[in-house]
Design a protein around this ligand. Structure first.
Ligand code: ADP
Length: 464
């Protein structure tokens, strides 16, 4: 695993190397071309001048001509040939004569322009400019004046240039890599700080500390902000979990304490069979309460981990509600409450969902309405269409719920009247199960209520 910093530096250095290489090659080609052109111009001008200075009648190399042309200072050589190509004179710095090439002899230019060529003598290369002198346009050649320079010297200059180019390029590359390494450390320092701060956060500090959001770095600020958002969510999930555990153990402890107390009292002295029976009946009630509670907790846990919906099928909500109403008629008549089912339309109002879970949603709401309404009231289950939703409303004409309780009603273990609810057998999980299941189906639940007038719970589910 490579670090971001290393990757940044490698990419930057590679880019710089490519740019330098391209620049170097271009500079090298241009410079070499310019150097060759310079040399050719120089030799051409010297050859032309030599051709003018040598007199045709005294065809030889005079010392003053060498001086005039600065042969020694400029490190080049001269030769003069007669019209037939035989050597007539050479400068003193040329050890042996170099023959006139056939190419020059064949040169037919009527004005006598200098010919440029590269000659090889004894394994040594010379650049030569030869001026065939003509007295007038188109006249025959009277003499050949030649200026030469060994190419070793030129090649040495080219090598020096190459060494300079490579040396400077390498130095620039090294400097660039160093700068990238240094700069990237500065850029990434904030990331390192962020990482260090995040690592330093203990779970106990979850609710207290947040990461510093740097003002001068947009990307890092966004990263720190979303990290803090994650911490917020973690904190709230952590708090919910803690509350749930505390509430759950409290709810479990109460029936267990009652059970233990009853059994201890019963065991204190021998009793009649009738007395034992009474204790057992009471125990059974507590145990039933415990079973209901654990069942509800299990149901919630299943929705939490995403297992709330076992299988999806097309469920006709009107039929389902009618079934629930029929099943709970007994409970309602026990409390002398009128329970009825209303269906406004004739078309099937279907939902794609889990039949058992949906039955549980409706049953929980109807049970609540029946349980928390005084005798003589009415409970209505109404199914209707409100595209794109199917709505199930459970309407009661009971006591209603005070406004301060409404926002908390769907919270786990929340009960309006703790003492009264316990008598009814409620643990405060019923509505949170309704909410969780409705949301697992892609819908939701809401409540409107007025004290003394009754409550309406509305479940919305996406229509199939
Ligand atoms: P419980 O198990 O106590 O019934 P729920 O989550 O089902 O828990 O309900 C939470 C509280 O909301 C109940 O304790 C009750 O006080 C109140 N409640 C629920 N439904 C109604 C209703 N139809 N009318 C009045 N109060 C209700």
């Amino acid at each position: 695993m490579k670090s971001l910093r290393a990757r940044l530096c490698i990419s930057f250095t590679a880019l710089l190397a490519a740019a330098l290489l391209m620049f170097g090659v271009i500079a090298w080609l241009v410079a070499r071309e310019a150097m060759t052109n310079d040399l050719d111009d120089f030799l051409r001008s010297k050859a032309t001048l030599l051709g003018r200075l040598v007199s045709v009648s005294r065809l030889r190399m005079e010392p003053w001509i060498e001086q005039e042309l600065q042969v020694q200072e400029r490190h080049f050589m001269l030769q003069v040939f007669a019209a037939d190509g035989s050597l007539a004179g050479k400068s003193s710095n040329l050890a042996y004569a170099i023959l006139l090439s056939d190419e020059v002899r064949r040169s037919e230019h009527p004005a006598g322009n200098a010919v440029i060529e590269t000659l090889y003598v004894d394994g040594r290369a010379y650049r030569a400019a030869t001026h065939p002198r003509r007295e007038q346009w188109g006249d025959p050649v009277t003499l050949y004046a030649q200026a030469l320079m060994p190419l070793d010297a030129v090649q040495a200059r080219e090598w020096r240039l190459l060494v300079w180019l490579v040396g400077c390029g390498a130095a620039m590359l090294a400097a660039g890599a160093l700068a990238a390494w240094h700069l990237s450390r500065q850029w990434l320092r904030s990331v390192a700080n962020l990482e260090e701060a995040a690592r330093g956060l203990s779970s106990a500090e979850l609710g207290l500390r947040r990461l510093f959001v740097p003002a001068d770095d947009a990307e890092l600020a966004a990263l720190a902000a979303s990290f803090n958002l994650l911490l917020d969510r973690l904190e709230s999930a952590h708090a919910t979990q803690q509350r749930f555990t505390a509430d759950a153990s409290h709810e479990l402890r109460t029936p267990l304490t009652v059970l233990r107390g009853e059994i201890e009292v019963a065991l204190r002295k021998p009793r009649s069979a009738e007395d034992y029976r009474e204790v057992l009946v009471s125990n059974k009630e507590e145990i039933e309460r415990l079973s209901r509670l654990t069942e509800n907790m299990l149901a919630l846990a299943q929705v939490d981990v995403g297992d709330g919906i076992a299988q999806r099928e097309l469920v006709n909500m009107s039929e389902l509600c009618a079934g629930v109403v029929a099943r709970l008629q007994g409970l309602a008549s026990e409390k002398r409450i009128t329970l009825q089912h209303e269906d406004g339309t004739n078309e099937p109002l279907s939902v794609n969902g889990d039949r058992i879970a949906l039955e549980r949603v409706v049953a929980n709401l109807v049970e609540n309405a029946v349980r928390y309404s005084p005798a003589g009231e009415q409970v209505t289950v109404r199914v209707s269409k409100a595209p794109p939703w199917i709505e199930v409303q459970v309407i009661d004409t009971g006591g209603g719920i005070a406004p301060e309780h409404l926002p908390h009603l769907f919270e786990r273990f929340y009960r309006v009247d703790k003492a009264r609810s316990r008598v009814h057998g409620g643990s405060g999980l019923g509505l949170s199960i309704v909410k969780a299941l409705a949301e697992a189906h892609g819908g939701g639940v809401r409540v409107t209520s007025a004290v003394g007038q009754g409550s309406t719970f509305t479940v919305r589910l996406p229509a199939a």
